[in-house]
Write a protein that binds this ligand. Sequence first.
Ligand SMILES: *Cc1c(COP(=O)(O)O)cnc(C)c1O
Length: 354
Amino acid sequence: MDLQILPVTAPKTPIKDENELAFGKHFSDRMLVMEYDSGKGWHSARIQPYGPLTLDPAAMVLHYSQEIFEGLKVFRRPDGKLAMFRPADNVTRFNRSAERMCMPEVDEKFFLDAMIELIKLEADWVPHSEGTSLYVRPTMIATEPMLGVRPADQYLCYVILSPVGAYYKGGIAPVKIWISDFYVRATEGGTGEAKTGGNYAASLFAAQEAAENGYDQVLWLDAKEKRFVEEVGSMNMLFLYDGKIVTSPLKGTVLDGITRRSVLTLVKEMGYEIEERALSVDEIMAGTSNGRLQEAFGTGTAVVISPVGSFCYKDECVQLGDGQPGELTMKLYNKLTAIQYGRETDNHNWVTLL
Ligand SMILES: *Cc1c(COP(=O)(O)O)cnc(C)c1O
């Protein structure tokens, strides 16, 4: 398939004051688009001006949520080079989500190369300040106009780019976690391991409840017993418990995070033992007072690492340690960001330089 490049007629100026960058609010001038028709496959790949899509009101995505997405970042290094973090892993996961949602897979090499072409054309949109990046959002939607529940025959796949500010402006801040004892995010056999919009739509109500109570994020427990930790919002959860790293296993209800994967590699190299098992809510609540729970943090592309300062479950709220980010948490945050921005050697082949 060829990649057509269409001219931008009315270019915008990237935001000058990078302190004003929020997350996912500003978008660059161009987007990558390709279309799929069953029997024909993917076609009409092009880089075109960023702008609204034309969709039939009956487009199946709008009714039955056949949709998947991804999220990855491009970093501008002090020497001016642009770096992507494990982009091929995102493309592979995009295809895994596609399979789960009965959507067509993309050609991984073509898609990644086209994405890189788009980023190169939009290089001016990668912000310069410490902690900023260009967030890349691949998306696929079912566009066939049809009211009926079955996999669609037509799809649109696109990639948009959003310059994002430093997540932690006033230093890395611990979050307050609300443990939901009623609502659940994913069940065994459900779609928890796919990066699909429906999982997020289903999570909004509990997140709203947490926000009303002054909490930043919802920690989801398993759907069967409502006892075991699964994940948090758009992050995987890792704990330093009894000196070991504990994190939920990937058994279909938890998203296979690329940051999680990277952190597990780093802690193993630091000599930590890893237990892929679900920590129970009792271990969390008791662990903060008996000292067995030493640190807790979330991992995800947007935040990299997010330390947890306190947990609230039913009517009990507990602070973890002194409420400040743990030592290992900070070490991992610094190490991962150093690899991304090129301050530390990339010994794992995680970085793709453009
Ligand atoms: C994207 C996502 C994550 C984090 O994955 P990364 O690859 O590390 O960005 C974790 N949980 C959910 C539910 C997600 O959608």
